[in-house]
Every structure is written in structure tokens, then in C-alpha cells.
Design a protein around this ligand. Structure first.
Ligand code: IPM
Ligand code: MG
Length: 354
């Protein structure tokens, strides 16, 4: 029987509620498909920081390095200085575990979830590969003459050839596994001339994948195209910042932040799985947030650790529930958090056990 070591940081706000539902489903999948999860839950997050002054101690971080996957509920709390917990937990994991790929599927499960007119489930089915350790997120920023009238603030986007290449190459590898086999590079090389590096690396890698077709959009045009003709996209690869932005847009196309899930990968090493949504602190403890994105992040995690059948069963269950209307949606008021978890759990059991 397969066995996987999983770290869990449920985190802030609605994080614990949605994580709880995600693991009810993931645990049921383990039982149904016959594998074992050795889970270690960590209390890190804003409340823990306020109580103890501790964000993510080295000893715990080292433990996580030895595991197969890390599940993160949500991070962010208005009581704490902007960026402190984000950098202490999410960015720390991404940088210090070298999670260089942020893989964000944008897949419409049912037509009625899409805010665009006339788009079908065939039209919205893409994966964005967001480079996850470089660009505007490298933390190379500073201020001069702080507080003075002549204050200067700067933040530098940094790309390495190796960093760009590994993201681009992954996009081509993903494209190869998909029916359309098409990769679009999304950049802003017309204004950010250093992005010529992306242009060149993309062309070099593309030459190694003659079976994969390519396209290119500047990020502003990509925003237009995502809304106008999302069917143009299959796999897209882009920078950290542009990927952050276009995947929120993409999340809305697939039905909202309550659906979108992502994988932060260092293939072969411990990797992180999370819903894209934030901590929604106003709703904490109210059982109003949808756990679907967290449940789908759980499915991405199972797929990564090799439990592909279980992952596909969870995703298939969610798709069926949306299409039958049993899952009304992921907005506040559609279902209580645990009720949506119950629906998925029940349907998953019926699907696997008959
Ligand atoms: C995301 C989030 C993070 C990001 C924030 C919380 C720092 O928006 O995962 O998309 O910008 O990467
Ligand atoms: Mg984001």
C-alpha cells in the first residue's frame, strides 16, 4: 500500500474550515483507493504568530522538506503588517523549497458557472504555468529618502536563463500530455525589454518540441483574449507577477475563487498545494466559504504523490455534482462549508463503491 507524508498548514481565516473539508474528502479517497496518508498538522499562521511571535520555525521547516507534499489552506490577516505572513509562509515555501512552477488549471466544469456569454466547457480548459520563484517576487526592493518628498521606491524584476527555461520546458511537457498540444507565451517584452530573455528561451525550447504548436500574447492582449476567446488557450506560460494576475482572471472564468486550485511544484521534491483564494477573514468560522477549491487542491496533491485514480475520482465527482446541479455553486449562500464537503464525500463514495 502506498503511503505519503503530508504536512498541513490550515492557516488563517477560512483556511481551517476549508482544509477540514478537503481532508475529509482526501482521507475518504485514501480509504477507498487503499493508500495511507501520514499527516502532520502545523499551527502556523497569523493567530499563531500573534500568540507566540513564531512564523515558521527552522525545525518544522526542515521536517516539511522531508515530506511528499504540503497542503496550505489560506494565509493573510488584517491584524498583521501587509506581506509579513505571506512572505513568512507562502513565499518562504516557494523560495526555500524551490517550488519553481505554479501550475494553475483553468477548467470550466459547467457552463452555468461561467460569467461569459455562450462559452462551453470545451472553450475554457487551459493550464497556466506561472514561473514561481523569480520576476517581481524576488524581494529585490528598496526605498531611499523614506518619508521625504523626494522618496524613491524600486523593485527589480529578476530572471535567470535557468529559471525561465525550467518553467518554459515544463509548459511544453504539459502541452505534450494534452489533446491540443499548444503553448502560448504571455509576456510584456515590448515594454520590458529584459523579457527578450523569455522570447529567446521560449523559441529555443520550442525547437525541441516540434509536435507542440506555439503562440504569443503580450499580457494586456492576453487579458482581452482570456475574456473574448478563451478557447484560444491550451497551455500558457508566464512570469510570476503576470501569472498571479491572469490566474485570478482565469479563476473567474471557471466559476470563481471558490473553485480555483493550484500546485506549487518542484517535481520530485516536496511540493505545495493550495486553493488560489485568500483567507476571507470576515467569514472565518462562519461556515459560509466553499471548500471546493481546497478539495480540488487536495486532488492535485493526490495526483502529484501518484494517486492518480483517486485524484481523478475527486475531480470527476465535483464535475458531476456541478453538472447535476446538486452543487449549486461556490458563492456564499450556495452551501454551508460542511454541507458542500458532505455532498462531495457522499458522491465520491457512491462513485467508487457503486
Ligand atoms: C497567490 C497569492 C500570493 C501571490 C500572495 C498571497 C502573496 O495572490 O498565490 O496568487 O501573489 O503569489
Ligand atoms: Mg494571486
Amino acid at each position: 500500500m502506498g503511503s505519503h507524508d503530508i504536512a498541513i498548514i490550515a492557516g488563517d481565516g477560512i483556511g481551517p474550515e476549508v482544509t477540514h473539508e478537503a481532508f475529509r474528502v482526501v482521507d475518504a479517497a485514501a480509504e477507498l483507493f487503499g493508500f495511507q496518508l501520514n499527516k502532520t498538522a502545523y499551527p502556523f499562521g497569523s493567530q499563531h504568530f500573534l500568540d507566540t511571535g513564531e512564523i515558521w520555525p527552522d525545525a518544522a521547516f526542515e521536517e516539511v522538506k522531508g515530506m511528499d507534499a504540503l497542503f496550505l489552506g489560506a494565509i493573510g490577516d488584517p491584524r498583521i503588517e501587509v506581506g509579513k505572513i505571506e512572505y513568512g509562509i507562502i513565499a518562504k515555501a516557494r523560495f526555500d523549497l524551490d517550488l519553481y512552477l505554479n501550475v494553475r488549471p483553468i477548467k470550466l466544469y459547467d457552463e452555468r458557472l461561467c460569467p461569459l456569454k455562450g462559452k462551453t466547457v470545451e472553450d475554457i480548459d487551459m493550464v497556466v504555468i506561472r514561473e514561481n520563484t523569480e520576476g517581481a517576487y524576488t524581494g529585490t526592493f528598496g526605498f531611499a529618502h523614506k518619508g521625504q518628498a523626494l522618496e524613491v521606491a524600486s523593485q527589480t524584476m529578476v530572471w535567470t536563463r535557468a529559471g525561465v527555461e525550467r518553467a518554459v520546458r515544463h509548459a511544453f511537457e504539459v502541452a505534450r500530455t494534452r489533446a491540443r498540444k499548444h503553448v502560448t507565451l504571455i509576456d510584456k517584452a515590448n515594454a520590458l525589454r529584459s523579457q527578450d530573455l523569455w522570447t529567446r528561451v521560449f523559441a529555443e525550447v520550442a525547437a525541441e518540441y516540434p509536435d507542440v504548436a506555439t503562440g504569443h500574447d503580450y499580457v494586456d492582449a492576453a487579458c482581452m483574449r482570456l475574456v473574448n476567446t478563451p478557447e484560444d488557450y491550451d497551455v500558457a506560460v508566464t512570469t510570476n507577477l503576470f501569472g498571479d494576475i491572469v490566474t485570478d482572471l482565469g479563476a473567474m472564468l471557471q466559476g470563481g475563487m471558490g473553485i480555483a486550485a493550484s500546485a506549487n511544484l518542484n517535481p520530485g521534491k516536496v511540493s505545495l498545494f493550495e486553493p488560489i483564494h485568500g483567507s476571507f477573514p470576515q467569514a472565518a468560522g462562519s461556515q459560509t466559504a466553499s471548500p471546493i477549491a481546497a478539495i480540488l487542491a487536495g486532488a492535485l496533491m493526490l495526483d502529484y504523490v501518484g494517486e492518480k485514480e483517486a485524484a481523478a475520482a475527486i475531480e470527476g465527482t465535483v464535475i458531476d455534482l456541478f453538472r447535476s446541479g446538486e452543487l449549486k455553486g461556490v458563492e456564499v449562500g450556495d452551501h454551508a462549508t460542511a454541507e458542500a464537503g458532505d455532498l462531495v464525500l457522499g458522491a465520491l463514495r457512491r462513485r467508487v463503491q457503486g
